[in-house]
Design a protein around this ligand. Structure first.
Ligand code: B1M
Length: 215
């Protein structure tokens, strides 16, 4: 297979052998972010389709996810960055009951490479832990990620909890992940939350939201 198709294939097959060499060769052709967006994410999309249609079993999905993570880790140091921090602070978490973190971690990379500080507290985070970390780190906004349909319900409960703790005015919230839609967030959840809640379809929209918020 040609290089870029092979990279996509590596994600689908969970094939790590030779990954670094292919990534090095790819970086001679285009910037790391384009490799992620155009080739690696295309592979993850295929994985999602195969898994969803029952043609791929969970352990193989996990292997694909691991190759994806290894690839992103290899590319990350080569990205252009303004990592001076100081433009503002974002807390990131995957919500309670959800382990998916590839998308959240991409948001972390993109946002922190563009002058923001990110406090990434990981997966399966209950709202209590999210708010505790937000207060402790004095963040400007809270970002929650979730890929499961049930995570959309958790997000709604989290916003209600923030209302009842009187924190809605303090924290604008950014939500992302495959189970969400823009209209669910910016229409349905907007009616729930007493503060500002926005949808980010990808990591770049997440960055633009931070830019708007902090300007
Ligand atoms: Co799971 N999984 N998974 N999974 N998995 C999905 C989400 C699923 C849609 C697959 C399918 O059926 N087609 C399905 C959910 C169905 C549903 O809820 N209706 C599913 C399921 C069912 C499950 C399990 C329940 C399976 C099981 O155990 N039987 C289980 C859940 C465990 C749990 O959470 N409690 C499970 C487990 C796993 C693995 C561990 C094997 C692995 C995750 C590994 C990891 O993340 N460390 C995994 C994977 C890899 C997937 C798919 C195939 C790929 C997800 C991914 O990483 N995509 C996924 C299929 C799919 O999404 N269609 C699937 C790439 C990533 C970059 O995209 O995260 O969407 P995404 O992020 C995007 C945007 O959404 C956005 O930016 C990113 C791009 O720039 N974004 C944000 C994301 N978060 C954001 C936050 C922001 C802003 C933007 O601001 C805060």
């Amino acid at each position: 297979l040609p290089l870029f198709e092979r990279l996509e294939r590596r994600i689908v097959d969970g094939e790590r052998n030779g990954l670094e060499a292919d990534l090095e060769a790819a970086m001679a052709e285009k910037p790391p972010l384009e490799i992620i967006n155009e080739n690696l994410l295309a592979g993850m999309k295929v994985v999602g389709e195969l898994f969803g249609s029952g043609q791929m079993q969970l352990p193989f999905v996990l292997q694909s996810a691991e190759v994806m993570k290894a690839a992103v880790a290899h590319l990350e140091p080569h990205m252009e960055k303004d990592d001076s921090g100081g433009k503002g602070k974002l807390l990131l978490a995957t919500v309670k009951g959800d382990v998916h973190d590839i998308g959240k971690n991409l948001v972390d990379i993109i946002v922190s490479n563009n002058g923001y500080d990110v406090v990434n507290i990981g997966i399966k985070q209950p709202i209590g832990a999210i708010l505790e970390a937000a207060e402790e780190n004095k963040v400007d906004a809270i970002g929650m990620s979730g890929l499961l349909v049930k995570s959309t319900v958790i997000m709604k409960e989290n916003l209600e909890e923030m209302n009842s703790r009187g924190l809605a005015q303090k924290y604008p919230v950014m939500l992302g992940g495959a189970a969400l839609t823009r209209s669910f967030v910016e229409h349905d959840l907007d009616e729930v939350y007493q503060g500002d809640v926005r949808y980010a379809k990808d990591a770049f929209e997440g960055l633009h939201l931070m830019d708007r918020l902090m300007s």
